[in-house]
Design a protein around this ligand. Structure first.
Ligand code: MF3
Ligand code: CO
Ligand code: CO
Length: 268
């Protein structure tokens, strides 16, 4: 495993790419309403990234080993879909929860972020899952500082999920991000304190826990991409790209429309 340490100049380019990814989510938010199809959301985001931001949507035709090229520009994972939901003709309806995952490429650098949305009136259970998953991501971010270990991040996330009665998906993880979409290291969302590599200033990686209301097990759908919960329970995910600073963390994927930080978050 070799984790790239970004230079000051590279970090500045990552700040731009990451803010743009977050601004795509700001832009699309008012369109996430009952009756819209995930395909329409994909088209709107695609056109915004390409025509307004002058970015490349990283998912389009992305083909990691063992996968056929991803056919769309964003991922839309609805209800029991865990991640990599492929946009299509299905209309969102009131009560659905959906994750929109955006990755921009600006000037060769990747910004990767996702948020959950409740469509129309969602159930108390669905809103609680979205909220606890958001807190899980931030519990992980709060562990980011030089000298801490990747296992500290995973442990904080797992503890908050499980104490609230939820489970952590094991098969997918956060990842280094930079000139490549997916770089070392793998950032697990479960684990033991003090294990794994040490964090160093200049590392940039995502924290993107997938949290299930039921059991942790998943399976993949026939489209070659979409992942769903095996027990059909709801699943939620939030994602930020995070820089390790000299004193702690800097979240790069923030913008004016980012939701407020949980009350337990204190400055790095
Ligand atoms: N954006 C996802 C992540 O957070 C990866 C999506 S890969 C795709 O890592 F091909 F499905 F877009
Ligand atoms: Co990611
Ligand atoms: Co992502």
């Amino acid at each position: 495993m070799s984790i790239v340490i970004k230079t000051t100049q590279e970090i500045e380019k990552m700040r731009v790419a990451c803010r743009l990814a977050s601004e795509v989510l700001d832009y699309i938010t008012p369109f996430v309403q009952p009756g819209v199809t995930t395909g329409e959301l994909d088209r709107l985001c695609h056109d915004y990234m390409v025509n307004v931001q002058d970015c490349i949507p990283a998912p389009l035709n992305y083909a990691p080993p063992g996968h056929k090229p991803y056919p769309k520009s964003i991922c839309t994972s609805v209800n029991h879909q865990v991640c990599h939901g492929v946009p299509g003709d299905k209309k969102l309806k009131s009560g659905d929860i959906v994750n929109l995952d955006i990755t921009t490429i600006k000037d060769g650098w990747h910004g990767d972020t996702s948020r959950m949305f409740a469509v129309g009136e969602a159930s108390i259970q669905a809103k609680r899952l979205n909220l606890i998953t958001y807190e899980c991501m931030w519990k992980g971010i709060m562990q980011v500082r030089p000298g801490h270990h990747f296992g500290d991040i995973g442990h904080a996330i797992q503890k908050h999920a499980e104490v609230n009665g939820y489970s952590v998906v094991r098969e997918f993880c956060g990842h280094g991000v930079g000139s490549k979409f997916h770089e070392d290291p793998q950032v697990l969302h479960y684990g033991k304190p003090g294990t794994g590599e040490r964090l160093e200033p200049g590392m940039i990686f995502t924290i993107e826990p997938m949290i299930n209301a039921g059991k942790k097990d998943i399976r993949s759908l026939g489209d070659g991409w979409s992942i769903v919960t095996k027990d059909h329970s709801l699943s939620a995910q939030w994602e930020h790209s995070v820089l390790v600073t000299e004193t702690g963390w800097e979240v790069l994927t923030l913008s004016s429309g980012s939701p407020p930080l949980p009350a337990f978050v204190t400055p790095a």
